[in-house]
Every structure is written in C-alpha cells, then in structure tokens.
Design a protein around this ligand. Structure first.
Ligand code: GDP
Length: 195
C-alpha cells in the first residue's frame, strides 16, 4: 500500500472539488505544527510529499493523495493557528464539517496529538465534530521521542480518559515518532486493516 506509490492528487477548497468517493479513504487531522506532514511523509516513505503546514497556499486545503489505484489518504487543514482571521477559520470549519458529515467512503480519521501536551482544548473541537459526524477516529500521538519513556504512561492515561467521553473514539492509541520511525509500522498496519 505505501511502497512508494503515494502521489499528490489535488488540494480541495470547496466540496465541489472533492474527487469522486469511489475509493476508500482515511484522513489525518491535527493542530498546526503537531507533526502531520512529517507523519504522512514517514508513513508513505516520501520525504517531500506532504509539505509543512507553513507552506503558503497549501494550508487551507484538504489535500488528497492517491495510495495505489484504490485508496486516498486525506490531509485535512491544520487547525489552531494563533493569528488566523476569523473569516478564514469559519471557511475551513464549514468545509471540514461538510467533508466529515458527507463522505461515505471515509473509513477513519486519525487525529494527531503532540505526545508532550496530550489533548488540548483546541483538539476537543475536532473530536466533537467527529462525534457529531459519526466518523470513527483514532488518536496518534506524535513526537514520542520528545517524551521520556517514564512519562509516556501518564500522557496515555490522560488521553485515554479524555477519549472515553467521545463516542466516536476508537480506544487504541498509537504512539509515534516520525523522526525515529517508532510506531510507523503499527500505524501503517492499522490503515491496511481498514482499507
Ligand atoms: P505540521 O504542521 O503538523 O505538518 O508539522 P510538521 O510535520 O511540519 O512538523 C512540525 C515540527 O515538528 C517540525 O519542526 C518537525 O521537524 C518537528 N517534528 C515532526 N515530527 C517530529 C518527531 O517525530 N520528532 C521530533 N523530535 N520532531 C518532530
């Protein structure tokens, strides 16, 4: 599935631009700077595939990647920018809501959470949106290399507790480091079971 066959397809700014829902897909969401681009690149083994979220023009789009001939990987716009204009934020939220509530071929959302910080208020918004859209989501903790092994259980416990309040949450949490490669095979295997 990920053996060098993932290609950028298109960036979408409106529902009318979505590719046909004829392929199974999974999507990735996360606060800006959480390590989403790095994770997608690590997952696909393609370094420049997903660009860092500060790349102008790519930030507000839903980016579609084709994985083989039959699947899409979907990179949702990063959220939680400190100085994003209200109008811009509202536009994303509308598109995000429309996408999440209307996409039948979407199998799961992977919500990326910084392993150092756990689930924050800014993340709760998307988790609630996923609940109300009835999209099963799974948490992926990023940058695990920045957390001492002794502190990881505490973070996992915090995340587990917060997830227990979300009906759409899949209980298993995947701990990853794009830098070290930890957890990447587990995430890949999880996606493979879905699609
Ligand atoms: P995005 O905004 O969510 O796409 O985040 P990026 O992938 O651009 O990463 C944001 C910053 O975090 C960059 O400086 C990355 O080098 C760093 N980063 C991403 N993943 C990891 C990781 O697994 N470990 C460490 N230590 N840093 C990471």
């Amino acid at each position: 599935l990920f053996a060098g066959e993932t290609e950028f397809l298109k960036g979408v700014v409106a529902m009318s631009g979505l590719p046909p829902s004829d392929r199974i897909e999974v999507c990735f969401a996360g606060r800006s700077n959480v390590g989403k681009s790095s994770l997608i690149n690590a997952l696909t083994g393609r370094k420049g595939l997903a660009r860092a979220s500060n790349t102008p023009g790519r930030t507000q789009e839903i980016n579609f990647f084709t994985a083989g001939a039959e699947h899409y990987l979907v990179d949702l716009p990063g959220y939680g920018y400190a100085n994003a204009p209200v109008a811009v934020v509202e536009k994303w939220q509308k598109l995000l809501k429309q996408y999440l509530s209307g996409r039948q071929n979407l199998r799961r959302a992977f919500v990326l959470i910084d392993a150092r910080h756990g689930i924050k208020k800014v993340d709760e918004e998307i988790l609630s949106l996923l609940d109300s859209s009835a999209v099963t989501f799974q948490c992926v903790l990023t940058k695990s290399d920045k957390v001492k092994a002794a502190d990881r259980e505490k973070i996992l416990q915090q995340v587990r507790e917060k997830l227990s309040k979300h009906p759409a949450a899949f209980p298993e949490i995947i701990l990853t480091s794009s830098e070290k490669g930890d957890g990447i095979p587990t995430l890949r295997a999880t996606i493979a079971t879905l699609i």
